[in-house]
Design a protein around this ligand. Structure first.
Ligand code: 13P
Ligand code: SF4
Length: 306
């Protein structure tokens, strides 16, 4: 007898044929949702795929800002976020009003928004970045001063790799900020032969203590290419699904037991089925915000070769 999961996966495929929908999933999604997806990637991969796909419907399995970016880049398509309450607490740490005040304080500065931000904040910004291209994009700017929102940790990571004056916001990811320097020491003590890979949303001292820092897709790429057989991973635990599937001969350890983003776990297969059946919840962005936000995202897509 087929298991519930297989029945749900069959139903997803059937509905996809009817709706011609493509399913995109972030690397942190639950295993079954990653299994259902046509494409799994980091924020940059997903925005690029959303911009390029010919499918009329995109089921975006991730958090709100990701589906919103797809709606900004592909306004003619139907963008569905299967679980509407899946947000990103860090994205909510910067508001348009706050950013406008900062812009008045530093009128010469370019405004760089991490994609983990609302459409309205993107619309107030000159260019967007993701964790895979932030250094490259900031270094490509003409301005000497940069207001960077909302992640202080990614901002610090860039600041150490650029000559620009970085004016940082004090946002952070609740999940990655949880990791402390001592956790890296403890993990190395427990697995002395393992390499430590972390996401740039980690605290500066954690990034400095790690062996390498990458976006989620960068971690996956490194894991495939390295000779190392043992890797300690400092990012959300959803990444373990692909790491273990793609590298059955390697061992993976989580740097901290609390590396779980609740919002990334809200979306389940029944939500995906319901979204395809009802073509909802749909994400749209009003044109007055979408057009300037699209300019900021497209500048990133043009500047980045990630
Ligand atoms: P990536 O772009 O590296 O996948 O990161 C997205 C994110 O939300 C990290 O917390
Ligand atoms: Fe936002 Fe952090 Fe969750 Fe990524 S892991 S979606 S930055 S809260």
């Amino acid at each position: 007898m087929k298991e519930d999961k297989d029945l749900l996966l069959d139903r997803v495929r059937e509905l996809q044929k009817e709706t011609k929908a493509v399913i995109l999933a972030h690397n942190y999604q639950v295993d079954e949702v990653q299994e259902a997806a046509d494409f799994v990637g980091d924020s940059f991969d997903l925005s690029r795929t959303a911009a390029r796909t010919e499918a009329p419907v995109i089921v975006f399995c991730g958090v709100h800002f990701m589906a919103e970016s797809a709606a900004i880049l592909a306004p003619e398509k139907t963008i569905l976020l299967p679980e509407i309450t899946a947000g990103c607490p860090m994205a909510d740490m910067v508001t348009v009003e706050g950013l406008r005040e900062k812009k008045m304080q530093y009128p010469e500065a370019a405004v760089v928004a991490y994609v983990n931000s609302s459409a309205a904040v993107k619309a107030e910004s000159d260019i967007c970045v993701t964790s895979s291209n932030a250094v490259q994009v900031v270094n490509s700017l003409e301005a000497e001063e940069v207001i960077f929102v909302p992640d202080q940790n990614l901002g610090n990571y860039v600041a150490e790799r650029t000559d620009k004056k970085m004016i940082l916001w004090d946002g952070y990811c609740l999940t990655h900020h949880r990791i402390r320097y001592e956790d890296v020491l403890k993990a190395r003590e427990a697995q002395p032969d393992a390499l430590v890979l972390v996401h740039p949303e980690c605290r500066r001292e954690v990034v400095q203590a790690a062996d390498h820092t990458f976006s989620t897709s960068g971690i996956l790429r490194f894991a495939r290419e390295t000779e190392a057989k043992s890797l300690i991973v400092g990012t959300e635990m959803g990444i373990l699904y692909r790491l273990r599937r793609e590298n059955p001969d390697k061992e993976f350890f989580l740097l901290h037991p609390g590396l779980i983003c609740p919002n990334m776990k809200y979306t389940t297969l029944p939500h995906v089925v319901r979204a395809l059946e009802t073509l909802s919840p749909r994400i749209t962005v009003s044109e007055n915000i979408r057009v300037p936000a699209q300019r900021a995202l497209e500048r990133m897509l043009a500047a980045a070769v990630a």
